[in-house]
Ligand binder design. Structure first.
Ligand code: ADP
Ligand code: MG
Length: 339
Protein backbone atom coordinates (compact mmCIF):
# COMPACT_ATOMS: atom_id res chain seq x y z
CA UNK A 1 0.00 0.00 0.00
CA UNK A 2 2.67 2.57 0.90
CA UNK A 3 4.64 1.61 -2.23
CA UNK A 4 1.59 2.12 -4.35
CA UNK A 5 0.77 5.53 -2.99
CA UNK A 6 4.39 6.56 -3.39
CA UNK A 7 4.31 5.61 -7.05
CA UNK A 8 1.12 7.51 -7.46
CA UNK A 9 2.34 10.71 -5.90
CA UNK A 10 5.29 10.62 -8.27
CA UNK A 11 2.92 10.70 -11.23
CA UNK A 12 1.03 13.44 -9.54
CA UNK A 13 3.90 15.90 -9.45
CA UNK A 14 2.39 19.22 -10.40
CA UNK A 15 3.37 20.78 -13.66
CA UNK A 16 3.54 24.53 -13.24
CA UNK A 17 2.81 25.18 -16.93
CA UNK A 18 -0.76 24.09 -16.33
CA UNK A 19 -1.41 26.68 -13.63
CA UNK A 20 -4.11 29.22 -14.32
CA UNK A 21 -4.71 32.19 -12.07
CA UNK A 22 -8.23 32.16 -10.76
CA UNK A 23 -10.67 34.96 -10.14
CA UNK A 24 -12.11 35.28 -6.66
CA UNK A 25 -15.29 33.58 -7.78
CA UNK A 26 -13.47 30.65 -9.38
CA UNK A 27 -11.35 30.39 -6.28
CA UNK A 28 -14.30 30.01 -3.95
CA UNK A 29 -15.44 27.10 -6.13
CA UNK A 30 -11.95 25.63 -6.63
CA UNK A 31 -10.93 22.49 -4.82
CA UNK A 32 -7.50 21.08 -4.16
CA UNK A 33 -8.00 18.63 -7.04
CA UNK A 34 -7.74 21.64 -9.33
CA UNK A 35 -4.08 21.90 -8.43
CA UNK A 36 -2.10 20.48 -11.32
CA UNK A 37 -0.90 16.99 -10.51
CA UNK A 38 -2.96 16.53 -7.36
CA UNK A 39 -4.87 13.32 -7.92
CA UNK A 40 -7.19 11.46 -5.56
CA UNK A 41 -4.41 9.96 -3.42
CA UNK A 42 -2.61 13.24 -2.73
CA UNK A 43 -5.92 15.04 -2.32
CA UNK A 44 -6.93 12.53 0.31
CA UNK A 45 -3.67 13.01 2.18
CA UNK A 46 -4.12 16.76 2.09
CA UNK A 47 -7.71 16.55 3.27
CA UNK A 48 -6.83 14.17 6.07
CA UNK A 49 -4.29 16.68 7.27
CA UNK A 50 -6.95 19.39 7.21
CA UNK A 51 -5.96 21.15 3.96
CA UNK A 52 -9.10 21.63 1.96
CA UNK A 53 -8.50 25.06 0.50
CA UNK A 54 -5.91 26.44 -1.88
CA UNK A 55 -5.25 29.35 0.41
CA UNK A 56 -4.53 27.09 3.37
CA UNK A 57 -1.93 25.28 1.28
CA UNK A 58 -0.49 28.42 -0.28
CA UNK A 59 0.55 29.85 3.07
CA UNK A 60 2.38 26.72 4.27
CA UNK A 61 6.11 26.13 4.29
CA UNK A 62 7.19 23.08 2.24
CA UNK A 63 8.63 21.23 5.24
CA UNK A 64 5.50 21.76 7.36
CA UNK A 65 3.18 20.68 4.58
CA UNK A 66 5.36 17.66 3.83
CA UNK A 67 5.28 16.72 7.51
CA UNK A 68 1.59 17.21 8.09
CA UNK A 69 0.28 15.68 4.87
CA UNK A 70 2.97 12.99 4.68
CA UNK A 71 4.25 14.07 1.29
CA UNK A 72 7.75 14.37 -0.06
CA UNK A 73 9.18 17.83 0.46
CA UNK A 74 9.73 18.41 -3.26
CA UNK A 75 6.13 17.50 -4.00
CA UNK A 76 4.93 19.73 -1.17
CA UNK A 77 7.00 22.58 -2.56
CA UNK A 78 5.50 22.25 -6.02
CA UNK A 79 1.98 22.02 -4.67
CA UNK A 80 2.52 25.14 -2.59
CA UNK A 81 3.87 27.07 -5.56
CA UNK A 82 0.94 26.05 -7.71
CA UNK A 83 -1.52 26.96 -4.94
CA UNK A 84 0.16 30.34 -4.55
CA UNK A 85 -0.26 31.12 -8.22
CA UNK A 86 -3.83 29.90 -8.38
CA UNK A 87 -4.84 31.72 -5.23
CA UNK A 88 -3.15 34.87 -6.53
CA UNK A 89 -1.49 35.20 -3.18
CA UNK A 90 0.04 38.54 -2.66
CA UNK A 91 -2.64 39.94 -4.95
CA UNK A 92 -3.51 43.43 -3.76
CA UNK A 93 -6.90 45.04 -4.08
CA UNK A 94 -7.42 48.77 -4.17
CA UNK A 95 -8.44 50.69 -1.09
CA UNK A 96 -11.59 51.75 -2.93
CA UNK A 97 -12.58 48.12 -3.50
CA UNK A 98 -12.12 47.52 0.20
CA UNK A 99 -14.14 50.60 1.03
CA UNK A 100 -16.91 49.30 -1.22
CA UNK A 101 -16.97 46.06 0.76
CA UNK A 102 -16.90 47.92 4.05
CA UNK A 103 -19.93 49.90 2.89
CA UNK A 104 -21.94 46.69 2.90
CA UNK A 105 -21.20 46.19 6.60
CA UNK A 106 -24.35 46.28 8.71
CA UNK A 107 -24.61 46.78 12.46
CA UNK A 108 -26.87 44.74 14.68
CA UNK A 109 -28.28 46.64 17.63
CA UNK A 110 -28.15 45.01 21.04
CA UNK A 111 -30.99 47.38 21.96
CA UNK A 112 -28.82 48.41 24.90
CA UNK A 113 -27.53 51.91 24.21
CA UNK A 114 -24.33 51.54 26.27
CA UNK A 115 -23.30 48.35 24.45
CA UNK A 116 -24.09 49.77 21.00
CA UNK A 117 -22.08 52.89 21.81
CA UNK A 118 -19.10 50.85 22.97
CA UNK A 119 -19.18 49.02 19.61
CA UNK A 120 -19.55 52.15 17.52
CA UNK A 121 -23.20 51.45 16.67
CA UNK A 122 -23.63 47.71 17.10
CA UNK A 123 -22.28 44.28 16.19
CA UNK A 124 -20.77 44.37 12.68
CA UNK A 125 -21.27 41.90 9.86
CA UNK A 126 -18.20 40.46 8.08
CA UNK A 127 -16.73 40.20 11.56
CA UNK A 128 -16.06 37.54 14.14
CA UNK A 129 -16.98 38.73 17.61
CA UNK A 130 -15.65 36.82 20.59
CA UNK A 131 -17.45 37.13 23.90
CA UNK A 132 -15.46 35.73 26.79
CA UNK A 133 -15.78 35.56 30.53
CA UNK A 134 -16.21 33.28 33.50
CA UNK A 135 -19.01 30.79 33.94
CA UNK A 136 -22.21 32.74 34.60
CA UNK A 137 -20.86 36.05 33.28
CA UNK A 138 -23.67 36.24 30.71
CA UNK A 139 -22.15 34.98 27.44
CA UNK A 140 -25.12 32.77 26.61
CA UNK A 141 -27.49 35.64 27.44
CA UNK A 142 -25.77 37.78 24.79
CA UNK A 143 -26.06 34.94 22.28
CA UNK A 144 -29.77 34.55 22.92
CA UNK A 145 -30.45 38.28 22.85
CA UNK A 146 -28.59 38.88 19.59
CA UNK A 147 -30.30 35.87 18.00
CA UNK A 148 -33.65 37.50 18.82
CA UNK A 149 -32.52 40.94 17.62
CA UNK A 150 -31.18 39.49 14.37
CA UNK A 151 -34.74 38.59 13.35
CA UNK A 152 -36.00 42.14 13.93
CA UNK A 153 -36.69 44.46 10.98
CA UNK A 154 -33.87 46.64 9.68
CA UNK A 155 -35.59 49.82 10.83
CA UNK A 156 -35.53 48.51 14.41
CA UNK A 157 -31.80 47.77 14.33
CA UNK A 158 -32.19 44.11 13.34
CA UNK A 159 -31.09 42.25 10.20
CA UNK A 160 -34.45 40.68 9.32
CA UNK A 161 -32.30 37.56 9.14
CA UNK A 162 -32.00 33.91 10.03
CA UNK A 163 -29.68 32.63 12.72
CA UNK A 164 -27.65 29.42 12.97
CA UNK A 165 -26.87 28.52 16.56
CA UNK A 166 -24.32 25.81 17.36
CA UNK A 167 -24.83 24.84 20.99
CA UNK A 168 -21.96 22.86 22.52
CA UNK A 169 -22.92 23.08 26.20
CA UNK A 170 -26.63 22.31 25.92
CA UNK A 171 -27.58 25.74 27.22
CA UNK A 172 -29.79 26.98 24.38
CA UNK A 173 -33.27 27.55 25.80
CA UNK A 174 -36.25 28.34 23.54
CA UNK A 175 -38.07 29.55 26.66
CA UNK A 176 -35.43 32.24 27.09
CA UNK A 177 -35.84 33.28 23.45
CA UNK A 178 -39.58 33.54 24.07
CA UNK A 179 -39.03 35.85 27.06
CA UNK A 180 -36.63 38.06 25.13
CA UNK A 181 -38.86 38.17 22.05
CA UNK A 182 -41.80 39.29 24.18
CA UNK A 183 -39.52 41.85 25.80
CA UNK A 184 -39.26 43.54 22.39
CA UNK A 185 -42.89 43.03 21.45
CA UNK A 186 -42.10 40.28 18.92
CA UNK A 187 -44.08 37.13 18.20
CA UNK A 188 -41.99 34.38 19.88
CA UNK A 189 -43.14 31.72 17.41
CA UNK A 190 -41.89 33.73 14.45
CA UNK A 191 -38.60 34.46 16.14
CA UNK A 192 -38.02 30.80 17.06
CA UNK A 193 -38.74 29.71 13.50
CA UNK A 194 -35.79 31.75 12.28
CA UNK A 195 -33.29 30.42 14.81
CA UNK A 196 -31.84 27.10 13.63
CA UNK A 197 -30.22 25.25 16.50
CA UNK A 198 -27.93 22.24 16.52
CA UNK A 199 -26.33 20.59 19.51
CA UNK A 200 -22.67 19.71 18.84
CA UNK A 201 -21.40 16.64 20.67
CA UNK A 202 -17.67 16.96 20.04
CA UNK A 203 -15.18 19.02 18.04
CA UNK A 204 -15.54 16.95 14.88
CA UNK A 205 -19.30 17.36 15.02
CA UNK A 206 -18.98 21.08 15.77
CA UNK A 207 -16.69 21.58 12.76
CA UNK A 208 -18.98 19.56 10.54
CA UNK A 209 -21.99 21.64 11.56
CA UNK A 210 -20.16 24.84 10.63
CA UNK A 211 -19.30 23.36 7.23
CA UNK A 212 -22.92 22.30 6.74
CA UNK A 213 -24.23 25.83 7.27
CA UNK A 214 -23.00 26.80 3.81
CA UNK A 215 -25.25 24.18 2.24
CA UNK A 216 -28.17 24.61 4.63
CA UNK A 217 -28.27 28.36 4.25
CA UNK A 218 -29.48 28.31 0.65
CA UNK A 219 -32.85 29.98 0.46
CA UNK A 220 -32.39 31.59 3.87
CA UNK A 221 -31.21 35.07 4.68
CA UNK A 222 -28.47 34.00 7.08
CA UNK A 223 -27.24 37.01 9.00
CA UNK A 224 -25.79 35.51 12.13
CA UNK A 225 -23.92 32.40 13.20
CA UNK A 226 -23.43 31.71 16.89
CA UNK A 227 -21.08 29.14 18.39
CA UNK A 228 -21.70 28.83 22.12
CA UNK A 229 -19.15 27.76 23.27
CA UNK A 230 -16.44 27.80 20.64
CA UNK A 231 -13.77 26.30 22.86
CA UNK A 232 -15.32 23.96 25.44
CA UNK A 233 -15.07 20.76 23.37
CA UNK A 234 -11.59 21.71 22.15
CA UNK A 235 -10.44 22.10 25.75
CA UNK A 236 -12.00 18.83 26.83
CA UNK A 237 -10.70 16.74 23.95
CA UNK A 238 -7.18 18.02 23.45
CA UNK A 239 -5.46 17.62 26.77
CA UNK A 240 -1.76 17.99 27.39
CA UNK A 241 1.08 19.76 25.66
CA UNK A 242 1.44 17.12 22.97
CA UNK A 243 -2.06 17.84 21.67
CA UNK A 244 -1.70 21.60 21.57
CA UNK A 245 -0.49 21.96 17.98
CA UNK A 246 -3.19 19.64 16.72
CA UNK A 247 -5.86 21.48 18.70
CA UNK A 248 -4.79 24.86 17.39
CA UNK A 249 -4.71 23.60 13.81
CA UNK A 250 -8.27 22.29 14.10
CA UNK A 251 -9.47 25.43 15.81
CA UNK A 252 -7.87 27.50 13.08
CA UNK A 253 -9.62 25.48 10.39
CA UNK A 254 -12.96 25.92 12.21
CA UNK A 255 -12.48 29.67 12.57
CA UNK A 256 -11.65 30.00 8.87
CA UNK A 257 -14.91 28.26 7.99
CA UNK A 258 -16.80 30.59 10.29
CA UNK A 259 -15.11 33.69 8.93
CA UNK A 260 -15.89 32.56 5.42
CA UNK A 261 -19.57 32.30 6.35
CA UNK A 262 -19.41 35.86 7.70
CA UNK A 263 -17.89 37.10 4.43
CA UNK A 264 -20.09 35.16 2.03
CA UNK A 265 -23.36 36.07 3.75
CA UNK A 266 -22.36 39.54 4.97
CA UNK A 267 -23.20 38.06 8.36
CA UNK A 268 -22.08 38.38 11.94
CA UNK A 269 -20.31 35.49 13.65
CA UNK A 270 -20.52 35.45 17.43
CA UNK A 271 -18.46 32.95 19.40
CA UNK A 272 -18.25 32.55 23.15
CA UNK A 273 -15.12 31.57 25.00
CA UNK A 274 -14.02 30.74 28.49
CA UNK A 275 -11.25 32.16 30.60
CA UNK A 276 -8.54 30.00 32.09
CA UNK A 277 -9.91 28.58 35.31
CA UNK A 278 -6.57 28.20 37.03
CA UNK A 279 -3.04 29.23 36.30
CA UNK A 280 -0.97 26.35 34.96
CA UNK A 281 1.75 25.64 32.47
CA UNK A 282 -0.53 24.50 29.72
CA UNK A 283 -3.38 27.00 29.95
CA UNK A 284 -1.61 30.06 31.30
CA UNK A 285 -3.09 33.20 32.90
CA UNK A 286 -6.44 32.64 34.67
CA UNK A 287 -7.95 35.93 33.50
CA UNK A 288 -7.10 35.45 29.83
CA UNK A 289 -9.39 33.92 27.22
CA UNK A 290 -8.46 30.43 26.05
CA UNK A 291 -7.75 29.63 22.40
CA UNK A 292 -4.34 31.25 22.19
CA UNK A 293 -3.04 33.28 19.28
CA UNK A 294 -5.17 31.44 16.76
CA UNK A 295 -8.36 32.80 18.27
CA UNK A 296 -6.87 36.19 19.18
CA UNK A 297 -5.99 36.76 15.53
CA UNK A 298 -9.29 35.48 14.19
CA UNK A 299 -11.46 37.71 16.40
CA UNK A 300 -12.32 41.11 14.98
CA UNK A 301 -13.78 42.22 18.29
CA UNK A 302 -13.32 40.74 21.74
CA UNK A 303 -15.72 41.50 24.56
CA UNK A 304 -14.80 40.56 28.11
CA UNK A 305 -17.84 40.13 30.37
CA UNK A 306 -17.95 40.21 34.12
CA UNK A 307 -20.44 40.57 36.91
CA UNK A 308 -20.61 43.74 39.00
CA UNK A 309 -22.55 44.74 42.10
CA UNK A 310 -26.36 44.90 42.27
CA UNK A 311 -26.96 42.54 39.36
CA UNK A 312 -25.08 44.77 36.95
CA UNK A 313 -22.82 43.48 34.20
CA UNK A 314 -19.75 45.02 32.66
CA UNK A 315 -18.61 44.46 29.09
CA UNK A 316 -15.10 45.53 28.14
CA UNK A 317 -14.05 45.97 24.52
CA UNK A 318 -10.53 44.64 23.95
CA UNK A 319 -8.24 44.94 20.91
CA UNK A 320 -10.62 46.45 18.35
CA UNK A 321 -9.07 47.37 14.97
CA UNK A 322 -10.88 50.71 14.77
CA UNK A 323 -12.50 51.50 18.12
CA UNK A 324 -11.02 52.64 21.42
CA UNK A 325 -10.91 50.10 24.25
CA UNK A 326 -13.59 50.85 26.81
CA UNK A 327 -16.23 49.51 29.13
CA UNK A 328 -19.99 49.70 29.50
CA UNK A 329 -22.54 48.69 32.11
CA UNK A 330 -25.82 46.90 31.45
CA UNK A 331 -28.29 44.52 33.08
CA UNK A 332 -29.68 41.08 32.38
CA UNK A 333 -33.41 41.05 33.17
CA UNK A 334 -36.27 38.65 32.61
CA UNK A 335 -37.04 40.53 29.35
CA UNK A 336 -33.43 40.37 28.23
CA UNK A 337 -30.46 42.75 28.12
CA UNK A 338 -31.25 46.30 29.24
CA UNK A 339 -29.48 49.60 30.03
P1 ADP B 1 -22.41 32.08 30.72
O1 ADP B 1 -22.94 31.65 29.39
O2 ADP B 1 -21.40 33.18 30.64
O3 ADP B 1 -21.93 30.95 31.57
P2 ADP B 1 -25.13 32.86 31.12
O4 ADP B 1 -25.28 33.67 29.91
O5 ADP B 1 -25.75 31.53 31.13
O6 ADP B 1 -23.60 32.74 31.53
O7 ADP B 1 -25.68 33.75 32.31
C1 ADP B 1 -26.40 33.21 33.35
C2 ADP B 1 -26.94 34.36 34.15
O8 ADP B 1 -27.90 35.10 33.36
C3 ADP B 1 -27.68 33.93 35.37
O9 ADP B 1 -26.79 33.79 36.44
C4 ADP B 1 -28.64 35.08 35.58
O10 ADP B 1 -28.00 36.10 36.29
C5 ADP B 1 -28.91 35.60 34.18
N1 ADP B 1 -30.23 35.13 33.71
C6 ADP B 1 -30.51 34.00 33.05
N2 ADP B 1 -31.84 33.89 32.81
C7 ADP B 1 -32.41 34.97 33.34
C8 ADP B 1 -33.76 35.44 33.47
N3 ADP B 1 -34.78 34.75 32.96
N4 ADP B 1 -33.96 36.61 34.09
C9 ADP B 1 -32.95 37.31 34.61
N5 ADP B 1 -31.66 36.93 34.54
C10 ADP B 1 -31.39 35.77 33.93
MG1 MG C 1 -23.04 29.79 28.54
Amino acid sequence: MPAKSKAKSKNEEPNEEEVTIMTEEMLSEASIEDLPGVGPATAEKLREAGFEELLAIAVMSPSDLADQAELGEAVANKIINAAKKMANIGGFVSGSDLLERRREVMKLSSKVSTIDELLGGGFETQALVEVYGEFGSGKTQIGHQLAVNCTMPLEDGGFDGDVFYIDTEDTFRPERITQMARGHGLDPEKVLERIHVARAYNTAHQMLLAEEIKRLSRGLNVKMIIVDSLTSHFRAEFIGRGMLANRQQKLNRHLKDLKQLADINNALVLVTNQVHSKPDAMWGDPTKPVGGHVLAHASTFRLYLRKAKAGRRIARLVDSPNLPDGECVYQVTEEGLRD
